[in-house]
Design a binder for this molecule. Structure first.
Ligand SMILES: Cc1cc2nc3c(=O)[nH]c(=O)nc-3n(C[C@H](O)[C@H](O)[C@H](O)COP(=O)(O)OP(=O)(O)OC[C@H]3O[C@@H](n4cnc5c(N)ncnc54)[C@H](O)[C@@H]3O)c2cc1C
Ligand code: FES
Length: 290
């Protein structure tokens, strides 16, 4: 299903700790969204100079409501665009494109899954947990953030899972430390076969290493800076190893944002590794040396 552009309307906006949860009436998007998809919102209103859309993971959707399908996102105020969104009030118009990207792959059989969320990165994991539970999968959560106010969804995670581990870097809730401090013990107890993760790149890299060490498959939703969100500008590329063992610069907005963690060259993000297909130094791939 191709993404659609709709003139959405703010249904509600509320504070959740340090974040804002924004629900938009966006018919045509909610109906086709799957866990891991994202939306791109126009920010700043009609006369703005902020031309680029801002990307947000979909937290949850309601396909049929009194007002039509709704999409909810959870966001932190980062710069001008998110500050504008935080000032939106019910009935304000917001232009939305979605659902975008490639969602989390769901297992065909009942597996044991551990879901790892860093800060607002936890948001897309709850609809995923619902889908996994419908497939009789065991679901455990590990949620972490710098402080309690930056944790998202701790109560929801408790309600939806067999085991939950919470970490905060300042020790304000759960164990003091990072998600990766508690993940190995959690995986050892549950025998997790797949780890789904969303959060900062450093966290995704470390989670992938742990998952691999425990023989589990990993699915990571990355957050690369995006300009167009629909595959034309190449601003969101990252190095990913293909089935043929070769590295390619892959667009995270259309081929991601969810990737098989073992395939991402985490150590080379932000660069074009010399052995990338088409890179200037890639003699084998037919690239040209300057
Ligand atoms: C697939 C995806 C999902 C995301 N999901 C969420 C979410 O659920 N909640 C949330 O709070 N944030 C999320 N982000 C990050 C969010 O897009 C940025 O925080 C936001 O674009 C910042 O806009 P700004 O105008 O406030 O900040 P500015 O710094 O003024 O933004 C300027 C430009 O930089 C880009 N940019 C800045 N920071 C980021 C970033 N961290 N990631 C990507 N692009 C960035 C923006 O696209 C924008 O074009 C996601 C990003 C991606 C790519
Ligand atoms: S954001 Fe433009 S190609 Fe991905």
């Amino acid at each position: 299903m191709a993404p659609v552009q709709v003139r959405g309307e703010v249904l509600s906006i509320r504070r959740v700790g340090d974040y804002h949860a924004l629900t938009l009436v966006a018919p045509g998007i909610a109906e086709h969204a799957r866990p891991g998809h994202f939306v791109a919102l126009a920010v700043g209103g009609e006369d703005t100079s902020m031309l680029l859309r801002r990307a947000f993971s979909i937290y949850r959707v309601q396909e049929r409501g009194v007002y039509g399908g709704t999409v909810e996102i959870v966001f932190a105020v980062h710069g001008r665009g998110t500050a504008w969104l935080a000032r939106c009030r019910p009935h304000d118009p917001v232009d939305v494109v979605g659902p975008l990207g490639r969602p989390f792959a769901l297992p065909r059989e009942a597996v044991t899954a551990t879901l790892v969320g860093g800060g607002y990165g936890a948001a897309p994991l709850f609809s995923l947990a619902e889908q996994l539970r419908r497939r009789d999968c065991r679901v455990d959560f590990v949620l972490g953030a710098a402080t309690e106010s930056r944790l998202f969804g701790a109560l929801e995670a408790k309600r939806m899972s067999t085991q939950v581990a919470i970490t905060t870097e300042d020790g304000s809730l759960g164990e003091r430390g990072r998600v990766t401090d508690v993940l190995p013990a959690m995986m050892a107890r549950s025998g997790a076969e797949v780890v789904y993760a969303c959060g900062p790149m450093g966290m995704l890299r470390a989670v992938t290493e742990i998952a691999t060490a425990y023989g589990a498959h990993s699915q990571c939703a990355v957050e690369e800076s995006m300009a167009c969100g629909v595959g034309v500008c190449m601003s969101c590329v990252l190095p990913v190893v293909g089935d043929d063992g070769r590295t390619r610069m892959v667009r995270s907005c259309v081929e991601g944002p969810v990737f098989n963690g073992e395939r991402v060259r985490w150590d080379a993000i932000g660069t074009v590794p010399p052995d990338t297909v088409g890179a200037p130094d890639d003699a084998a791939g037919g690239g040209h040396r300057p």
